[in-house]
Design a protein around this ligand. Sequence first.
Ligand SMILES: Cc1cc2nc3c(=O)[nH]c(=O)nc-3n(C[C@H](O)[C@H](O)[C@H](O)COP(=O)(O)OP(=O)(O)OC[C@H]3O[C@@H](n4cnc5c(N)ncnc54)[C@H](O)[C@@H]3O)c2cc1C
Length: 352
Amino acid sequence: MAKQSVENEKPGGKHQTDVVIIGAGPCGLFAVFELGLLGIKTHIVDILDKPGGQCAELYPEKEILDIPAIKSISGAQLTDQLLEQIEPFEPKFHLNEMAVSLEKNADGSWCLATDMGTTIQAPVICVAAGGGSFQPKKPPIQGIDSFEDQSIFYAVRQKERFKDKTILIAGGGDSAVDWALNLHPIAKKVSVIHRRPDFRAAPDSVEKMKALVAAGEIDLHVADIKQLNGTSGQIEAVTVTSKDGEEKDISCDTMLAFYGLTMKLGPIAEFGLNLTENRVAVDTEKFETSVPSIFCIGDMAHYPGKLKLILSGFHESALMSHGAFHYVFPDKKLKFQHTTSAKGLQEKVSSS
Ligand SMILES: Cc1cc2nc3c(=O)[nH]c(=O)nc-3n(C[C@H](O)[C@H](O)[C@H](O)COP(=O)(O)OP(=O)(O)OC[C@H]3O[C@@H](n4cnc5c(N)ncnc54)[C@H](O)[C@@H]3O)c2cc1C
């Protein structure tokens, strides 16, 4: 897991900035830097509860060997270093929020809205949505749809919602273990169900959870879910079967199901952009889409010869930023400068 934490904006606010970046993967994060060098302010939206995109979610501990001049760096370390690098530019983060709609204002600027009721106005949008938004995989349990978003959830968007609840957490990965530890102090009761006794999560967190189980503070069930019991969207108990065939009911008023994530294009498909093979078509001069002042970089960008590599996204960020500059500062002339020699750039980078 990345060590750097970021301050998240409260959901539901109204904001204004220069560029809204959709996606806090490595390319979205580096775009903050390149835009920042040109004096451009940014807000960054991601449905995940942490920055880093695929690097943080899919391979935090794997070593990446093709970041220029860095011999080896893990997905989590790369995320940490990008966060450190962009800190002077004070990007505003809207994590745990899905960018759902984009509308044009009368003055030609954009209004991006999230599923948490946040709106951000800006003259430029930068889509850095990678392989699409991370969305939870639904477990194949009969009748689960009728409880969804009422008493069964696939993510913790607002922790307070789970205060004083009797929660059953299903899953064996980092999310299941981390949320068992995080919710245990505020919930009435936390139980964890996993089909195996071993967990695919950070060893330190698993140890902490097992200590709470040993102390009788968290119940652990090694079993499969057989049936959900409840009425009108309210779960009351879950019937489970252990490996030796024993069946029992676990009482709960809330269930959190963590069965992994999958990536889907999602709402960006409705933004009116030209798509090719489910990705956004861009030019290779500015990485601008078919809609002026909407740019796209990283894995989501489609152009001849595109390589889905982090280094390609870094290059695209630099050219996108130069394109965005003309919309953000229509009356200013952009002067190309090197960070080694331009005092102004050096001051920007060290102004934290
Ligand atoms: C196992 C694995 C190993 C890899 N190894 C390497 C390697 O060695 N070297 C290399 O260069 N590349 C590697 N890659 C590829 C690399 O991870 C990607 O190229 C890179 O992550 C792309 O970055 P990105 O910022 O474009 O998108 P992503 O990292 O995919 O981030 C996009 C973010 O956008 C968010 N998002 C999308 N839509 C929305 C929306 N509507 N609202 C809110 N948020 C949204 C997503 O939740 C996600 O967090 C690897 C990939 C995998 C899976």
